[in-house]
Design a binder for this molecule. Structure first.
Ligand SMILES: CC(C)(COP(=O)(O)OP(=O)(O)OC[C@H]1O[C@@H](n2cnc3c(N)ncnc32)[C@H](O)[C@@H]1OP(=O)(O)O)[C@@H](O)C(=O)NCCC(=O)NCCS
Length: 214
């Protein structure tokens, strides 16, 4: 299918009324070939292949990986973009304690190189931020290219008092307050706090179940 999308930031995603249980409906647009969806277990292999291609093996050595390894992403905040059912983008957010403040760490974000510059990264980011806010989270951190993430409101000044558990280029360590002032008192080390992923000892197979603990 040919991807024809003109606007990088389409009109505000129709983030429909959140059901009482807090599981938002995906942001769909009429005749939109891209859907943003909550990740399924069956997406694991396609997601990992996309991340391997986008970042290479260095992705496992990133400082942020220390905040993700052995953890589950925040509930409802592992999103994928699909084109004709095929996974073409991914973003996930993780629980952290940021110098005494509960927050989310975003990443990795990646879009299949064949479909970049069509607004898919923006759709994933917009949806992730909307959902994080709807779930009551107060702040999001990330390490990434400031010129890209500035368009979503991420700035360096919110992370000035924070440290990550490894080296990062300071200019790339950014924060977004979902509640005004949420990161004002954040000072100290960022630590992983998400649910622990318990992986079965059996050999991995597609659709492997991760049990939620803690
Ligand atoms: C970054 C990424 C997710 C963007 O996805 P995308 O679907 O192409 O993004 P969008 O189409 O929504 O946005 C495109 C816009 O972002 C800009 N952009 C893309 N990557 C950028 C970057 N690293 N720094 C600054 N601007 C960037 C484009 O120039 C374009 O700008 P414009 O709107 O002014 O024309 C994608 O390029 C990607 O997967 N890259 C490899 C992995 C990666 O670097 N992930 C992010 C970690 S920082």
């Amino acid at each position: 299918m040919t991807l024809l999308m003109n606007a990088h930031r389409p009109a505000a995603a129709p983030f429909q009324a959140l059901p009482a249980l807090g599981l938002p409906a995906p942001a769909l647009q009429a005749a939109d070939p891209i859907t943003i969806d909550v990740e399924r277990e069956s997406d694991v292999f396609a997601r990992e292949a996309l991340l391997d291609t986008a970042f290479g093996p260095a992705r496992f050595r990133k400082t942020c990986q220390k905040l993700r390894i052995g953890r589950l992403p925040a509930r409802g905040l592992a999103l994928v973009a699909r084109l004709d059912g095929q996974l073409v983008g991914t973003v996930r957010l993780w629980h952290v304690m940021a110098g005494g403040v509960s927050a989310l760490m975003l990443g990795p974000l990646a879009v299949d190189s064949r479909y970049r510059e069509h607004g898919i990264g923006t759709r994933l980011m917009d949806e992730a931020i909307l959902r994080a806010k709807a779930y009551g989270h107060e702040a999001i951190l990330l390490v990434g290219d400031a010129p890209y993430y500035a368009r979503f409101g991420f700035v360096r000044r919110h992370t000035l008092g924070l440290r990550l558990p490894g080296p990062v280029e300071n200019d790339r360590f950014l924060g977004l307050e979902l509640q005004a002032g949420a990161l004002a008192t954040a000072k100290g080390l960022v630590k992983a706090t998400g649910a622990v992923a318990i992986v079965s000892r059996r050999p991995m197979h597609q659709g492997q179940r991760l049990r939620r603990a803690g």
